[in-house]
Design a protein around this ligand. Structure first.
Ligand code: FAD
Ligand code: SF4
Ligand code: SF4
Length: 490
C-alpha cells in the first residue's frame, strides 16, 4: 500500500521556522523568522488532514486553495504548489509574512480545534513563493495579446498593485500614479522591515515594471495632476489611495512638540533604516527614538510596529498605553508577545488625558512650542458591555499619574482623507465614514468607469483584503471594458 503522505498532525508537532533571539533581533530591522528548510516545510505541510470542507480556505479572504498546495509541498511537487498558490494570490510571500493568520486561515484550521497545533499555513505559503523566486519561476506578465484600452490606478499599495498585475496579464495598458517616491504603499513605508523586508516588496515592483506597468511616482493626484485629467487620459480609473488621516489626541498639551503621528514616525524609520535615505527629521532626533523615553498610544498593529521600531532605534524605554486590557486589544497577540520579548512594557487599562511640556525651545515658533515632558495618564477599568458587546473602559477616579515621555507616538488609527473635496469631484459618493462608496465585489463607484479598492473603501483593513479587492475589481472592469462600458471621461 502506498505510504500516506498527509494527516501527520497526530505524530508531528506544529513547528514554526526559527525565531531569532530577542536580544539579537532587537538591534536590527531584519525579519524575525528564518525560512523553513525544504524538509521542514514538507514535514509541516504533511500535518494537514486534507479536510473535505476546508475552513482554512473559507476564512482566507482570497479563498486560497490551501489543502492542495500543502499536499503538493508535502509530496515534493513545489512548482505545482507555486502555480496553485499564485493562481489566487498576487503576493503570496507577502501574505505568508504579514497576514494575521491566527485570525484568518490558521485560526480556523480544524486540527487546532481538535487539540493539535494548527498547520503553519502562512510559513508554508511564504516558503513556496520565496523558493519560486529563488528558482526563477516567478515571471513578469506576458499577455498573449496587447489591448488598446488603458487604466489609470491612483495609489501603488497592495490594492492598486494587485489590480495592475491582473490588468497587465489581460493585456490592458496600465499606469499607476502615486504621491510617494517608491511604490508599495504601506508595504514599503508603513510596515517595518522586521515584519516584511523591503527587497521582498521591491522585487515585486520590478516584476510589475518588467511586465509593462508604468509607474508615475511623486505625483500627488489633486495637486500635481487633477482627477479629471486622469479620467480623461484613461478608459477607466481605479482609486486605491488607502487611508492616511490620523485620529488625533485631545486634551491639554496635545499639540506639544514631540507628539508625533505613527505614520510619520514609521515612514522616517523605513526610509532611514531600510533604504538608507537621508531623512532630516530622523537625523535631528525629532522622529528617532534613540536614547529617549517613548510612549506609544494605541493597541492596534500600528502601535505594535511603533513600539518595536523604537526598541530597535535604541530607545531608553518604550511603553505602550492602551485603554482596554490585553484580551480586548485589537492588535495581534503574536505581535504583543514579540514586543514583550524585545523589551516593550505594556501599560494596560490606561489612557492619556493631557500632556505637560518642558522648556520652550529657543527659536521655536508659536504657543505650542513646548516640548512634551510627560503624559498625564488615567487608569481605567472595564465596565458594562456597550451595544457591540465590548466592555467600555471607565475612568478610575483619583488614579491619575504622570508618565515621562520625550516622544509620544499617536497610533490611534486612520481615517480617509476627504477625496471629493481634495479632488474637486462632487459626484464621487462617500459613506458617512468618508470612505469611497463602492459596490461590493466589483468596486464600482458612483462615477462611470471609476472603481475603488482597498482601505479607501473598507477603512483601515488588511493587505490580503486590499489584494482581494484589486483582483475582484479587475474581473468586473474587464467585463465592462469588453462591453465597452468603462469609459471614465464623460
Ligand atoms: P495603501 O497601502 O495605503 O496604499 C495607498 C497608496 O496610495 C500609497 O502609496 C499612497 O501614497 C497613495 N496615495 C494616497 N493618496 C494619493 C494621491 N492623492 N495621489 C497619489 N497617490 C496617493 N495589514 C496586514 O495585513 N498585516 C500587517 O501586518 C499590517 N501592518 C500594518 C502596519 C501599519 C503601520 C499600518 C499603517 C497598516 C498595516 N496593515 C497591515 C494594513 C495594510 O497595510 C493596509 O490595509 C493595506 O496596505 C491597504 O492597501 P491599499 O492598497 O488600500 O492602501
Ligand atoms: Fe492565510 Fe493570508 Fe495566506 Fe490566506 S493569504 S492563506 S489568510 S496567510
Ligand atoms: Fe488542512 Fe487545517 Fe485546512 Fe483542514 S483546516 S485543510 S487541516 S490546513
Amino acid at each position: 500500500m502506498a505510504k500516506q503522505p498527509m494527516l501527520k498532525f497526530v505524530t508531528v508537532d506544529r513547528d514554526m521556522p526559527e525565531k531569532r533571539d530577542a536580544k539579537v533581533r532587537a538591534h536590527d530591522f531584519d525579519e524575525i523568522y528564518a525560512e523553513f528548510a525544504a524538509a521542514k516545510a514538507e514535514e509541516q505541510a504533511s500535518r494537514c488532514s486534507q479536510c473535505g470542507v476546508p475552513y482554512c480556505q473559507s476564512h482566507c479572504p482570497l479563498h486560497n486553495n490551501i489543502p492542495d498546495w500543502l499536499n503538493l509541498t508535502a509530496t515534493h511537487r513545489l512548482e505545482e504548489a507555486y502555480a496553485i498558490s499564485q493562481a489566487t494570490n498576487t503576493f503570496p510571500e507577502i501574505c505568508g509574512r504579514i497576514c494575521p493568520q491566527d485570525r484568518l486561515c490558521e485560526g480556523n484550521c480544524v486540527i487546532e480545534q481538535s487539540g493539535h497545533g494548527t498547520v503553519t499555513i502562512g510559513a508554508v505559503e511564504k516558503y513556496i513563493t520565496d523558493t519560486a523566486w529563488e528558482r526563477g519561476w516567478v515571471k513578469p506578465a506576458a499577455p498573449d495579446v496587447e489591448r488598446s484600452e488603458s487604466v489609470g490606478i491612483i495609489g501603488a499599495g497592495p490594492g492598486g498593485l494587485a489590480a495592475a498585475d491582473m490588468l497587465r496579464q489581460a493585456g490592458v495598458q496600465v499606469t499607476v500614479y502615486d504621491r510617494y517616491d517608491r511604490a508599495g504603499g504601506l508595504l514599503t513605508y508603513g510596515i517595518p522591515g522586521f515584519k516584511l523586508e523591503k527587497d521582498v516588496v521591491m522585487r515585486r515592483i520590478k516584476q510589475l515594471e518588467d511586465g509593462g506597468v508604468i509607474f508615475v511616482m511623486d505625483c500627488d493626484v489633486g495637486k500635481d495632476i487633477s482627477f479629471a485629467e486622469i479620467r480623461e487620459k484613461h478608459d477607466a480609473v481605479i482609486i486605491a489611495t488607502g487611508v492616511y488621516k490620523t485620529r488625533d489626541l485631545t486634551g491639554e498639551g496635545a499639540d506639544s512638540k514631540g507628539i508625533v503621528r505613527a505614520i510619520d514616525y514609521l515612514t522616517a524609520s523605513n526610509r532611514a533604516s531600510n533604504f538608507g535615505d537621508i531623512v532630516p527629521e530622523f537625523e535631528s532626533g525629532e522622529l528617532n527614538a534613540a536614547g529617549k523615553k517613548i510612549v506609544v498610544i494605541g493597541g492596534g498593529d500600528t502601535a505594535m510596529d511603533c513600539v518595536r521600531t523604537a526598541i530597535r532605534q535604541g530607545a531608553e524605554s518604550v511603553k505602550c498605553l492602551y485603554r482596554r486590557d490585553r484580551a480586548n486589544m485589537p492588535g495581534s497577540q503574536r505581535e504583543v508577545a514579540n514586543a514583550e520579548e524585545e523589551g516593550v512594557e505594556f501599560v494596560w487599562l490606561s489612557a492619556p488625558v493631557g500632556f505637560t511640556s518642558g522648556v520652550v525651545e529657543p527659536g521655536a515658533a508659536g504657543a505650542a512650542a513646548g516640548v512634551v515632558k510627560t503624559a498625564m495618564v488615567q487608569r481605567m477599568r472595564l465596565g458594562a458591555p456597550d451595544a457591540s458587546g465590548r466592555q467600555s473602559p471607565e475612568v478610575i477616579d483619583g488614579s491619575d499619574y504622570h508618565e515621562d515621555a520625550d516622544i509620544v507616538i499617536k497610533a490611534l488609527g486612520f481615517e480617509p482623507e476627504d477625496l471629493p473635496t481634495l479632488w474637486d469631484t462632487d459626484g464621487l459618493e462617500v459613506t458617512r465614514w468618508g470612505t469611497v462608496r463602492a459596490e461590493f465585489g466589483s468596486g464600482k463607484t458612483s462615477l462611470p468607469g471609476v472603481y475603488a479598492v482597498g482601505d479607501i473603501v473598507r477603512g483601515a483593513s488588511l493587505v490580503v483584503w486590499a489584494i482581494r479587492d484589486g483582483r475582484d475589481c479587475v474581473a468586473a472592469l474587464l467585463e465592462d471594458l469588453n462591453a465597452g462600458a468603462a469609459i471614465a471621461a464623460e
